[in-house]
Design a protein around this ligand. Structure first.
Ligand code: SF4
Length: 304
């Protein structure tokens, strides 16, 4: 599956126009985006028709009441049937812009899959196109324009790089949830500094510890969560697992249903195994690795 915007770059000298609309949201994706480290450079190439927190060309009332020329529509937050912005039903506003824009980007897991709001009593809160593994058909007409950048919150670098790929009219390879494969073909385990501890089944004991893997006892979902957090670090500095916090699986459709801080097990075996690892292969491997006691990995790296 690929995405290819063809009518966006009228001229490389022109700024690409973005309209950022919010559904049900905690503003987390806006906050994450505002932490993008090269924002000044970004604003040389992009301009906001409207953004809830960035200086914009038009007010919310103006963009909701009529159509204003826009290249990319970004949606943050879950979409509920009767949700309004500036007194206008959000769904109707989206339907007005969707046929005319070159791309629709869902920023974050609420916009993509419903996220935390799909658990709420708010009627029919769901993602823009997907809710769990079921398609929400009301926006199917615009599906081919959608690129999903899931995450709770969205990783600012992944969002900005996706916007640049659209601006540059690149052919973008997408996964089944229309997420750019450039960032979502991997899992969070890929690039984690704790891989050696994972291999030898050495768990950590306290959050924030530098040593140990958090898969066996502390609920780390890195081996079955798509994303690039350990390859493209947050603010160029860190990731959850590097800082000693388990991955919560926030880019996936099922988020946030699983327990964040403990590993569900059956007879000592984690209920969810890494992607594509057969249970039998896992049992064989873990039986072998358990037989080793690697003193270097059992020790603290630094004096307590
Ligand atoms: S902490 Fe999580 S991501 Fe890191 S090695 Fe362990 S399971 Fe993988």
């Amino acid at each position: 599956m690929t995405f290819h915007a063809t009518s966006i770059a009228h001229s490389k000298a022109m700024k690409t126009k973005i309209l950022w609309l919010q559904g049900l949201t905690c503003n987390g994706n806006t906050h994450a985006f505002l932490n993008y480290t090269l924002m000044e450079r970004f604003l040389e190439d992009f301009t906001f028709v409207h953004h809830p927190a960035v200086e914009s060309d038009y007010t919310l009332e103006e963009v909701c009441s009529r159509y204003i020329e826009t290249d990319i529509l970004i949606i943050e937050g879950a979409i509920a049937e009767d949700f309004e912005r500036a007194g206008y039903p959000l769904i109707e506003v989206i339907k007005r812009y969707a046929p005319k824009v070159s791309a629709i980007v869902t920023a974050g897991t609420c916009a993509t899959f419903g996220g935390i709001f799909k658990e709420s009593p708010y009627p029919q809160s769901s993602g823009f196109l997907f809710c769990e593994d079921k398609r929400v058909t009301r926006f199917e007409a615009f599906e081919k324009k959608v690129i999903s950048v899931s995450g709770c919150p969205v990783h600012p670098d992944l969002l900005v790089e996706t916007l640049y790929m659209i601006r540059e009219e690149m052919q973008i390879s997408l996964d089944d949830y229309r997420r750019p494969k450039a960032f979502f073909a991997w899992n969070i385990h890929n690039g984690c500094t704790r891989n050696e501890y994972f291999e030898y089944k050495v768990d950590n004991h306290r959050f924030g510890e530098k040593e140990g893997c958090m898969f066996y006892d502390h609920g780390c979902q890195g081996p079955y969560t798509h994303g690039s957090c350990n390859k493209i670090l947050w603010n160029g500095v860190n990731s959850k697992t590097r800082s000693g916090e388990p991955c919560h699986g926030c880019t996936e459709p099922a988020f946030p249903r699983r327990n964040f801080y403990s590993t569900k097990k059956n007879m000592g075996i984690p209920q969810y195994l890494p992607f594509d690892v057969p249970r039998r292969a896992y049992l064989t491997l873990s039986g072998v690795t358990k037989a080793f006691k690697i003193a270097r990995l059992e020790k603290r790296l630094f004096d307590a």
